[in-house]
Design a protein around this ligand. Structure first.
Ligand SMILES: C[S@@+](CC[C@H](N)C(=O)[O-])C[C@H]1O[C@@H](n2cnc3c(N)ncnc32)[C@H](O)[C@@H]1O
Length: 204
């Protein structure tokens, strides 16, 4: 007989991390408007990874309403760190700006409006932590610039790698000696979608 709790999905919902009302508002808005956001479990994971790695310069590809950017900004606030987040939808970027202001984090987050792939291709800023959350088919196209822009010993987190469109990225990062990745499929309550893959990779 299995030692796993009965109904693990129901069981693990009781451990969804507590969070401020702004995040809860953004979750409700995202559900209503079908905006894919990471939700509180992956948000908290991003916070813990960024905080424990003492990341000061964080890059995010794909801002949406600023939900994950707020987790990342709170993680690096105590190190006087900064999040640069890239969003190609002007209206979404304006909403994120408002939400980041509401969170009082406007000095810690810079939202750049434009194509993330074009932005990273022309950048030479070095980051401690990169969170990838744009179109999944573009992950493979972003990978070599992320490799160039992430410091050795830095972390790359890629969301939604359970999507078929992330397959080329998954295959590539798992065989590239510049990376030490772990990729897994999990039940992630309130993540969009709740059953999905994540990749966490150390830049070697
Ligand atoms: C999955 S959502 C991001 C969710 C956000 N990271 C969160 O969890 O709160 C993806 C966002 O990336 C934006 N996006 C998609 N492709 C992009 C690109 N090439 N450059 C910049 N933004 C892009 C979309 O407009 C969308 O707002």
């Amino acid at each position: 007989m299995s030692n796993i709790v009965a109904n693990p999905e129901k069981y693990f919902r009781q451990f969804i991390p507590d969070r401020d009302s702004l995040w809860i508002e953004l979750e409700a808005e995202a559900q209503h408007e079908k905006i894919p956001i990471v939700g509180p479990v992956v948000g908290e994971l991003l916070f813990i990874l960024a905080r424990t790695s003492q990341s000061k310069k964080i890059l995010e590809l794909g801002t949406a309403t600023g939900y994950s950017a707020i987790y990342l900004a709170k993680a690096c606030e105590m190190f006087k760190g900064k999040v640069v987040t890239l969003e190609n939808d002007r209206d979404m970027a304006a909403r994120a700006r408002q939400n980041i202001q509401k969170a009082g984090l406007e000095d810690s987050v810079e939202i750049r409006v434009g194509d993330a792939l074009a932005e990273i291709a022309k950048s030479d800023e070095i980051f401690d932590f990169i969170f990838m959350d744009i179109e999944k088919e573009d992950y493979i196209r972003a990978l070599s610039d992320c490799q160039r822009l992430l410091k050795r010993g830095g972390l790359l987190v890629a969301d939604n790698v359970g999507f078929k469109d992330a397959d080329e990225f998954n295959q590539s990062i798992s065989t590239n000696p510049e990376w030490r990745p772990v990729s897994f499929f999990a039940y992630l309550p309130l993540h969009s979608p709740e059953n999905d893959g994540l990749c966490i990779a150390l830049r070697q």
